[in-house]
Design a protein around this ligand. Structure first.
Ligand SMILES: *[C@@H]1O[C@H](CO)[C@@H](O)[C@H](O)[C@H]1NC(C)=O
Ligand SMILES: *[C@@H]1O[C@H](CO)[C@@H](O)[C@H](O)[C@H]1NC(C)=O
Ligand SMILES: *[C@@H]1O[C@H](CO)[C@@H](O)[C@H](O)[C@H]1NC(C)=O
Ligand SMILES: *[C@@H]1O[C@H](CO)[C@@H](O)[C@H](O)[C@H]1NC(C)=O
Ligand SMILES: *[C@@H]1O[C@H](CO)[C@@H](O)[C@H](O)[C@H]1NC(C)=O
Ligand SMILES: *[C@@H]1O[C@H](CO)[C@@H](O)[C@H](O)[C@H]1NC(C)=O
Ligand SMILES: *[C@@H]1O[C@H](CO)[C@@H](O)[C@H](O)[C@H]1NC(C)=O
Ligand SMILES: *[C@@H]1O[C@H](CO)[C@@H](O)[C@H](O)[C@H]1NC(C)=O
Ligand SMILES: *[C@@H]1O[C@H](CO)[C@@H](O)[C@H](O)[C@H]1NC(C)=O
Length: 364
């Protein structure tokens, strides 16, 4: 009975291996905690097809409303046509609506796929959707009784992995990266500007040995800092490095470049407005008539800039950095967008002081 001594440890090793396997296969796109109220956000998946395809086909496959959203996420010009080719194995970033519920993030009942002749669930998951989802997951979430029996014309929801969670206290855009065989956590981390420890923690694995090829890895992409107001209709805009977004009813173009110190950079788009706006409101900073969104001027005391702070259905908000010449408040190093709120809170504090003084006077 020499072997029995090894049976238990071997079983334990096999068991923990299975546990970590299932962690990367299903559990690595955590989102919130079980029991939290559902939340939503935009997430990204990295899609590649073994066959040549087009941006238009990818838009249709993933049910993305506007081709423009794909162009923005890949930093491609707005003039890129739907028929523009995508090479075999070229990775395209596809934006998806993420819904977090019961601690897991999954694309919000979208996209829906219609079964074609010759399809199997395995083929749909690993080939058509590029390995972004496991076929068991499609089967489970669509409550398919027998995964080996699917019919032409049958329609399934494809549950793509995603997340809305902050990582290390920072807002990030989550990206589902399908791991290539032979790659390491360190390589993936440096490719996407993060570190191997963060990747390992987020995905519930301890090192390269547990990195599974052809399965999606949850990669947090750092987003540019913004000056957006909370009440802005695009307050939740998060742009990762080397992407852009047309916002404010088409009137403003914002872009994020790591090289610009991770600060969102916005300017008038020069496009026709959408929605009810006849013309785009002039994105001019109040109190500095010559400064428009995106402008920075040099004053004798230092630079002063006008940043985009969001929009409502009436107007575009701007954020003028404090006047460097009025040195009273010191050299503010905070984000320029907070100037207005700082002003109003110190104003109400002054009002409280005045009221206290009045009450004291009355008491005397
Ligand atoms: C929520 O998750 C917990 C464990 O993570 C599970 O036991 C429970 O069944 C889930 N509830 C729903 C409605 O999926
Ligand atoms: C991260 O990389 C460093 C060196 O490159 C290595 O020592 C460390 O074990 C790695 N950590 C993980 C979790 O892979
Ligand atoms: C961006 O914001 C984070 C916290 O929200 C802050 O720590 C960081 O310094 C900011 N970076 C820049 C360049 O303003
Ligand atoms: C940002 O994106 C550019 C263009 O893709 C790339 O050259 C650069 O290395 C990226 N920087 C970081 C920090 O990710
Ligand atoms: C980048 O941002 C940091 C933190 O806000 C700041 O200390 C640094 O001076 C900035 N660098 C440049 C080149 O603007
Ligand atoms: C301000 O930005 C606008 C475009 O948004 C540009 O046409 C103008 O020249 C800029 N002005 C200055 C002073 O930089
Ligand atoms: C403002 O001054 C800096 C140096 O202090 C200079 O690099 C920059 O070009 C100037 N910008 C303008 C618009 O004059
Ligand atoms: C602005 O939008 C809100 C809600 O989206 C709506 O109730 C309101 O009527 C809109 N105002 C105008 C002037 O369109
Ligand atoms: C603000 O700081 C800049 C350099 O960071 C300096 O040139 C300028 O004189 C300062 N302004 C005041 C009012 O202290």
């Amino acid at each position: 009975m020499e072997t029995s001594r090894y049976t238990l440890p071997l079983l334990l090793i096999a068991f923990s291996f299975l546990l970590t396997l299932s962690a990367q296969m299903t559990g690595n796109f955590k989102c919130g905690e079980p029991g939290d109220s559902p939340s939503t956000c935009r997430s990204l998946v990295g899609y590649s097809s073994k066959q040549a395809t087009t941006y238009g086909n990818i838009q249709t496959l993933f049910a993305v409303k506007k081709l423009r959203s794909i162009l923005e996420a890949n930093n491609l010009p707005l003039s890129t046509p739907r028929a523009q080719g995508v090479n075999p194995n070229q990775v395209v970033r596809v934006p998806i609506p993420c819904s977090c519920s019961n601690g897991t993030g999954v694309s919000n009942r979208s996209p829906v796929y219609t079964v074609k002749k010759g399809d199997t669930l395995f083929f749909i998951a690993s080939e058509i959707f590029g390995g972004l989802v496991r076929y068991q997951r499609i089967s489970d979430l669509n409550k398919i009784p027998d995964a080996s029996e699917i019919d032409v014309g049958q329609r399934f929801w494809i549950p793509l992995p995603c997340s809305c969670d902050e990582v290390n206290g920072q807002n990030v855009v989550h990206y589902a990266h399908v791991v290539k065989s032979g790659s390491s956590l360190g390589e993936i981390a440096s490719q996407f500007g993060t570190d191997n420890k963060t990747l390992a923690q987020l995905n519930g694995i301890s090192g390269d040995a547990q990195l599974l090829a052809d399965y999606p890895l949850n990669v947090p992409l750092r987003a540019c800092n913004t000056s957006l107001r909370e009440e802005s209709l695009d307050a939740k805009m998060l742009l990762p490095n080397s992407s852009y977004s047309i916002t404010a009813n088409n009137c403003i173009r914002c872009s994020c470049e790591a090289a610009n110190n991770w600060t969102l950079s916005c300017e008038a788009s020069q496009l026709k407005p959408s929605s009810t706006w006849q013309t785009c409101p002039s994105p001019q900073c109040e109190g500095a008539e010559s400064l428009f969104v995106g402008n920075t001027t040099n004053t004798s005391c230092g630079p002063r800039s006008c940043a985009y702070a969001g929009y409502s259905n009436q107007t575009i908000f701007t954020a003028l950095s404090p006047d460097p010449c009025s040195g009273s408040g010191g050299n503010s190093s905070g984000p320029p967008g907070n100037y207005a709120s700082t002003f109003s809170s110190s104003f109400s504090f002054a009002m409280v002081l005045i009221q206290c003084a009045l009450i004291c006077l009355c008491l005397l």
